[in-house]
Design a protein around this ligand. Structure first.
Ligand code: HEC
Ligand code: HEC
Length: 346
């Protein structure tokens, strides 16, 4: 309950009322299948031409300063949207400070990056292109100069945005964000189970589901993305849902996996001492595909990630049977992906 109440303070009033209500009085489930469509900002409506341009840009290494990395190099859509590396290598061989998160279902988050410093997908992508460890472009103009010389791109930007000289940074960013909003994976076993198909979960996954709620994982990993509130009623877009990691100090994992290292998460954004080691709660959808785990990519397996979470987030040692049941549940969070041949440049 302490955890639930603490999450409450962070999550806001509406959600709080639900979290503290007796289970039988709760108006809705702690989990939800993926809704038919993610929230779309009024300033950047989805259109087929924009999404096609976004897809083209996503797989194009010419967007990086040395022509070596595309978005897909680190967010490999055929590998669960991540790259399997502890940290990634960006343009000019510069290493990223953190592990690359998945982009699948990112549209359902309320803030972006491990520390939530970007309030929208547009903001995250705009910053990313000029980040020296990512695409490495010196500035917005440089990023678009080479693309603007290509007839194909002039045509595509024009189809998506019209107007005089449509090859603009803002447009590239909007198109990429629109494409990322199409990256959703509905129809996994747990979603089918929530929709009423009791046979969709194995016995082990069902026990794991029970443990996930009983032990308290669901106090932080709940709702559509198992990452807290989705943009809307309880939390407006941009606000983010954060928790301390580690919540309980003193475990051997701190030294083993560098959990109390120089990177202190949200503290670097707002300077508040109580925000040292505060991190955005990440999605657990498709998590079996995105090892290694945590912001520093320090944990290689899902089993170990579960042990680390249990110990650091509620000072609990889980036995091996419980770990394997919870992992079976986490596997049931893998959704259905579009055919691999669609996950390339059009
Ligand atoms: C060199 C590797 C690399 C490349 C290339 C790269 N990213 Fe990322 N991306 C990362 C890392 C690392 C993070 C997490 C950064 C952080 O939390 O500080 C991230 C985070 C993101 C996020 C936030 C996701 C979330 O849920 O918080 C989005 C959106 C994103 N990238 C989109 C893109 C797009 C679009 C491109 C192409 C323009 C791209 N990325 C290229 C490594 C990369
Ligand atoms: C107090 C809130 C809280 C609780 C309780 C909690 N988590 Fe987490 N979880 C987080 C946060 C925050 C992170 C991101 C940590 C970081 O910065 O690396 C995370 C990360 C994870 C990851 C790694 C995701 C990735 O992509 O790297 C897994 C797996 C996970 N949690 C599973 C669980 C399980 C299973 C439980 C129950 C045993 C649990 N969590 C309980 C807050 C929580």
């Amino acid at each position: 309950m302490t955890l639930v109440l603490r999450s409450c303070v962070l999550a806001g009033a509406v959600l709080c009322a639900w979290l503290v209500a007796a289970p039988e009085a709760r108006a809705f489930e702690p989990f939800s299948p993926l809704p038919a469509a993610p929230p779309i900002p009024a300033e950047n409506p989805q259109t087929p031409a924009k999404v096609a341009l976004g897809r083209q840009l996503f797989f194009d290494p010419r967007l990086s300063v040395d022509g070596r990395v595309s978005c897909n190099s680190c967010h490999d859509l055929r590998r669960g949207g991540a790259d399997g590396r502890k940290v990634s290598t960006g343009a000019r061989g510069v290493a990223t400070a953190r592990n690359a998160p998945t982009l699948w279902n990112a549209a359902y988050q309320t803030a972006y990056f491990w520390d939530g410093r970007a309030a929208s997908l547009e903001e995250a992508i705009a910053g990313h292109i000029v980040d020296p460890a990512i695409m490495g472009q010196p500035d917005a103009g440089a990023a678009l100069a080479s693309l603007g010389r290509l007839a194909l791109y002039r045509k595509q930007f024009s189809a998506a945005f019209g107007g005089w000289r449509p090859v603009k940074y803002r447009h590239a960013v909007d198109a990429l964000a629109a494409y990322v909003r199409t990256l959703v994976t509905p129809g996994g076993p747990f979603d089918r189970y929530l929709e009423g198909d009791a046979s969709a979960l194995s016995e082990a996954a069902r026990r794991g589901h029970g443990l996930f709620v009983e032990k308290g994982c669901a106090a932080c990993h709940f709702w559509v993305n198992l990452a807290g509130p989705v943009p809307g009623l309880a939390i407006p877009m941009g606000k983010g849902f954060y928790e301390l990691f580690p919540t309980y100090r003193g475990s051997r994992y701190e030294a083993e996996y560098g959990l109390l290292g120089a990177d202190m998460g949200r503290f670097h954004i707002d300077g508040r001492v109580e925000h040292q080691y505060l991190w955005r709660v990440p999605t657990l959808r498709n998590v079996e595909l995105t090892a290694p785990y945590f912001h520093n990519g320090s944990v290689a397996t899902l089993e170990e990630a579960v042990r680390v979470m249990a110990k650091t987030q509620f000072d609990l040692d889980v036995n091996e049977g419980e770990v394997s049941d919870i992992v079976a549940f986490l596997h049931a969070l893998t959704g259905e992906f579009p055919p691999p041949e669609s996950l390339t440049a059009p």
